[in-house]
Design a protein around this ligand. Sequence first.
Ligand code: HEC
Ligand code: HEC
Length: 307
Amino acid sequence: MNNLKLFTGAFNPTARLRLRVYRLQSQPRSIFELASVLAIAAALTTSMLTSPGIAADVDGVPSEFPAGVLGETVRLGEALVNTTSEHPLSKPFIGNSLNCTSCHLDGGRHPEAASFIGVASAYPAFSPRENKVITLEDRILNCFIRSQNGKRPPNGSPVPVAIATYITWLSTGAPLKMNPAKSLGPNHLKMMDVDRYTPDLSRGASLYEDRCADCHGDDGLGNDEGPPVWGESSFNDGAGLSKLAKMASWLKVAMPLDDTDLTEQESVDIAAFVNSHRRPHFPAELAPAELAPAKHATTTKDSASPH
Ligand code: HEC
Ligand code: HEC
């Protein structure tokens, strides 16, 4: 319990645990760090099992997990969101080193960075990309093939069911409001008007060096502080963040982690620089019903391709 205290101050304990877990998965610097990480993870896990919910500090998130099998499923969903690329249930479907929480920050509890809060209240929703009505589970499965550069787990299987349960729990109290225009929830990413700015790649490169490289590497391939932002272990060119407008809008509210002070112009410059690099190609045959993915590092706002 004393260990837990270390993490419950100003910060979201899940966020700290997640960072720790990320480091553990990448490169523990020494056997001592590995041991301390394991001890902390064990302490947190034990306390999470015996104490009520851990997110009472975020508006709209229930303060307690439900009892019984439902609560266990919510917790499984949370674990899958936070350790997607390593969890034995989800790993077989993931084609990169990202987790849902890499972009849906704080396990989807971040109010602005592609929040999961309230999302369940907007589904079923119309998806322009697929020209059909999709469920929350379908929406989750779509993320696997683009942002996670992987495969869809079967509909109704444990992974999407647990993640949908977690997102529905995070949506407790949100009024039902179907979204007739697109498959996005009520707290979706606020899009900036990127057309007002001309991206400058060389300014983006030097800003990246100053503000991002410490955690994502000069080569963009990630390090023990942060995941890759381009290259083979990144999201593919069908993912929402591969579009300039989405990336710039997300960076504005999400990065640099814990110090989000980029101007809109800087967000656009850095987004253009990051997305000027190679990343996996989205195989269109994975989604025959969908339109071909938009071109790499496009400057158009791609509202039909939200993810
Ligand atoms: C590379 C970044 C990235 C990763 C990794 C990622 N997503 Fe997303 N996801 C996005 C973006 C960007 C959006 C669009 C959000 C917006 O416009 O508000 C999105 C949208 C969604 C939505 C729809 C949200 C809404 O408001 O309706 C769901 C649900 C979702 N993602 C679930 C997941 C799950 C589950 C995972 C892990 C299996 C995952 N995502 C992994 C970037 C990512
Ligand atoms: C203090 C370290 C740190 C800094 C500085 C930082 N990031 Fe991140 N970034 C992270 C971490 C950690 C994550 C994953 C979030 C998580 O797991 O909680 C992340 C996630 C991301 C993601 C989504 C996941 C992925 O890897 O594609 C992008 C894109 C990104 N950062 C870009 C940037 C850019 C661009 C900058 C500079 C403006 C930046 N970051 C600065 C630590 C950092």
